[in-house]
Design a protein around this ligand. Structure first.
Ligand code: ATP
Ligand code: MG
Length: 424
């Protein structure tokens, strides 16, 4: 027996209501803010991710699914959504459009992680990007849109954490003091952090090891090293967030797991969560990324949120998704001749846009109606031997359990009137 690969899940029909609900709100929020959908390939040139996410990050070091195809090209299954969007922005000359360009995606991602609740090797993200503007109002828009999505979904008490990690000009000075600070504590660091100290000091703040936690508490804060421009940007952003009525916690440990961020970084947590897989979404500004992958310097800001983690939190907060439409009608029959009629009736109903399930095989009427019940059909059309002889059908209201003998045409108008009666 085969099983789904470790860390992957099947999204079964009974789970789809949540997925469609979240998707609907995603599409709605994107419409409200004027973001357009983009779909990029599931795999990209491996170099794109190494270049953009950064060689010294967990994602590139330990989590990518990379392979050579039959022509020897090195490809990587997409581990995040931003770099491919930037690649497409460049490849299709979107820098020639009015800026900023606003794009969104809903897509599966692949990361070789240790599977646990809310952490998978294939998961889905909804993300959106505003490309081609350095205006802090765009950062505020992205944050407001992220919070707005959770609000529309009904999620309560989400916590917004915010930080600024500076830019090329001010970060070196900050990294220097960070390194100095951690060098004095090197004997207390975990093995990963010892290496981070050498190669990517910012990541030290991001360490998930409990033993490193007290150290990061006391570490120098990036917000105290910002250059005039970054500080001004951050001040404007905070002002806009206040205007928008968004509460935020400043968190100097917040750096995010990818190297490409500059200035603004933010994450959104469900209430009372501190665990390793607790963020529901995060984002930030990445002013150097597009240049890094071969374009002109292009400031940009974006956000991504895990579909599974949104659904997990909806369930935790006892928020149910609207049920999906059930089939309207079920067509049951007794005997071969009736079956011929049933095939024709079902086809005619579908031509009229009515959703129909046709009984299959040659089971007893009772078994067929049990099936109709299980499917949640609103009504059934039953063709027995007698009905067949008289050119009639039995129309059954599956909810009330009442039935009556009608012509097929009359039954059809009944079904039609039920459908237009606002049942969805
Ligand atoms: P984490 O700190 O939980 O590893 P991350 O910083 O790696 O998250 P991002 O790369 O910012 O996450 O991805 C955005 C969102 O995607 C996360 O906030 C989370 O909701 C979701 N996500 C990330 N990795 C996974 C995963 N392996 N399985 C399920 N959802 C995930
Ligand atoms: Mg991660």
């Amino acid at each position: 027996m085969y099983q789904a690969p470790r860390g992957t899940t099947d999204i079964l029909p009974h789970d789809q209501a949540y997925w469609r609900y979240v998707e609907k709100e995603v599409v709605n929020i994107c419409r409200l803010y004027g973001y357009q959908r983009i779909d990029t390939p599931v795999f990209e040139d491996a170099g794109l991710f190494v270049r953009s996410i950064g060689e010294e990050t967990d994602i590139v070091e330990k989590e990518t699914y990379s392979f050579r195809d039959r022509s020897g090209d090195l490809l990587t299954l997409r581990p995040e959504g931003t770099a491919p969007v930037c690649r497409a922005y460049l490849e299709h000359g979107m820098h020639n459009l009015p800026q900023p360009v606003r794009l969104y995606y809903i897509t599966p991602l692949f990361r070789y992680e240790r599977p646990q609740a809310g952490r998978y090797r294939q998961h889905w993200q909804f993300g959106f990007e505003g490309l081609g503007s350095s205006d802090p109002a765009l950062d505020a828009e992205v944050i407001n849109m992220a919070c707005g999505l959770y609000r529309h979904l009904g999620l309560r008490d989400m916590v917004l954490k915010l930080n600024s990690i500076g830019c090329r000009n001010c970060r070196p000075q900050y990294l220097k003091s960070l390194r100095e600070y951690y060098s004095r504590k090197v004997h207390l660091l975990c093995a990963d952090c010892k290496r981070r100290l050498e190669r990517n000091a910012l990541r030290l703040l991001d360490c998930k090891e409990e033993s490193c936690f007290p150290l990061t508490e006391q570490a120098p804060k990036s917000s105290e090293y910002l250059c005039t421009e970054c500080k001004g940007h951050f001040d404007f952003l905070k002002k806009y967030l206040v205007i928008l009525g968004l509460e935020f916690d400043l968190d100097h440990r917040l750096v995010r797991g990818l190297d490409y961020y500059t200035k603004t970084v933010f994450e959104i947590y469900p209430p009372g969560e501190k665990g390793a897989q607790s963020t529901v979404g995060g984002g930030g500004r990445y002013d150097n990324l597009i240049e890094e992958i071969g374009g002109q310097p292009t400031p940009a800001v974006g956000f991504a949120t895990g579909m599974e983690r949104m659904i997990l939190n909806l369930k935790r907060q006892n928020i149910s998704a609207p049920t999906l439409p059930q089939p309207t009608a079920f067509v049951a029959f007794l005997g071969q001749e009736a079956k011929d009629k049933a095939v024709a009736y079902a086809a005619q109903m579908r031509r009229e846009g009515i959703s129909v399930i046709l009984a299959s095989g040659n089971r007893s009427l009772k078994a067929q109606l049990r099936h109709a019940n299980g499917l949640g059909a609103a009504c059934a059309i039953i063709i027995g031997e007698e009905e067949l002889r008289e050119g009639m059908i039995v129309w059954r209201d599956m909810v009330k359990g009442e039935q009556q003998r009608l012509s097929f045409e009359d039954a059809l108008s009944l079904v039609r009137s039920r459908e237009s009666g606002g049942e969805s």
